[in-house]
Design a protein around this ligand. Structure first.
Ligand SMILES: Nc1ncnc2c1ncn2[C@@H]1O[C@H](COP(=O)(O)OP(=O)(O)OP(=O)(O)O)[C@@H](O)[C@H]1O
Ligand SMILES: [Mg+2]
Length: 284
């Protein structure tokens, strides 16, 4: 493994020390799906105020890691401290302070941005007037104000993704997880999202970001880890990883570390379902 900077801190899992310089401290985090180990004893730390990148080929374990850190999946082994809270013990406290924008667009397509934000804001028990104020500010922030009363189902992919990001900001989280926020966006929309990420970070939010776009990671991330087959294989700044691998670009470093072959895998659950459906299909 390319070990570039000190990243593991041996904190007690009971720590609720808000004075820590770290927003996230991950220790031996592991996830098994049956016998398959999707995330394999990973440890890393994210400093408060950082934009931190999670890189890896398809199926490397990035989303699974994020799902564990955002309390959506229970780790099989290991633990983490999130904003001073123990991941296994303080899930409600953690949920109030983090935001998640995943690659799948979440939101009700027949509702307008204002209605969607109101719905999600209510889930966090934010008073109506406060939701309204925040929603208008957020919509201005992502240049969707003029569409505030239009159902989001009619939005372009770029507009929907901006909407998806502000949905995750309605409760003003300290720590934001962005899982492939620019996936499938045109260069204009992707640039808008990158600017948005920088601005959120300048406003004090710690951000954990996954992306397959190396330029995006180089432009935005203070530090990053590269995961492959569930294990961390490199960590540090983009510059440090390039130096360690003696390459000139992060893409070359990534390929050198992870190899040229694609990670073609089959979802066995889905395969079983598809085969069942084929069998049940009436003959023409
Ligand atoms: N619920 C699940 N049940 C079984 N296997 C799963 C489940 N979720 C993920 N996996 C498997 O775990 C591995 C890691 O998946 P994950 O979604 O974390 O990868 P990723 O790094 O986010 O990939 P991508 O870049 O394609 O988004 C994959 O092999 C995936 O098929
Ligand atoms: Mg993923």
């Amino acid at each position: 493994m390319v070990q570039v900077t000190k990243t593991v801190t041996d904190y007690s899992s009971d720590s609720t020390d808000e004075r820590s310089d770290y927003a996230v401290e991950v220790r031996n985090l592991t996830k098994y799906f049956g016998k398959f180990c999707a995330v394999d004893h990973i440890s890393f730390s994210v400093k408060k105020g950082e934009i931190f990148g999670l890189l890896g080929p398809n199926g490397a374990g990035k989303t699974t890691t994020i799902r564990m850190l955002t309390t959506l999946l229970t780790p099989s082994e290991g633990n983490a401290t999130i904003l001073g809270y123990d991941l296994r013990k303080k899930q409600n406290e953690i949920r109030k302070k983090i935001g998640l924008c995943s690659e799948k667009v979440i939101g009700y397509s027949h509702l307008t941005p204002m209605e969607n934000l109101k719905f999600f804001g209510t889930l966090y028990d934010i008073p109506d007037e406060e939701i309204e104020k925040r929603s208008l500010n957020l919509l201005k922030f992502v240049e969707l104000y003029e569409w505030k009363d239009t159902p989001i189902g009619s939005f372009s992919t770029g507009m929907r993704q901006r909407m998806n990001i502000i949905r995750s900001l309605i409760h003003d989280p300290e720590l934001l997880f962005l899982d492939e926020p620019t996936l499938g966006l045109d260069p204009q929309s992707a640039r808008k999202i990158r600017r948005l990420i920088k601005k959120l970070n300048e406003d004090g939010k710690t951000i954990i970001l996954t992306s397959h776009y190396m330029n995006e990671i180089e432009e935005l991330c203070d530090r990053l880890i590269i995961i492959d087959h569930g294990k961390i294989i490199a960590q540090g700044t983009a510059e440090e990883i390039k130096q360690q691998t003696q390459t000139n670009s992060l893409e070359d470093a990534f390929i050198k570390l992870t190899g040229e072959s694609t990670r073609d895998t089959i979802d066995l659950k889905q395969l079983k379902k598809s085969l069942m459906q084929r069998r049940m299909r009436p003959h023409a």
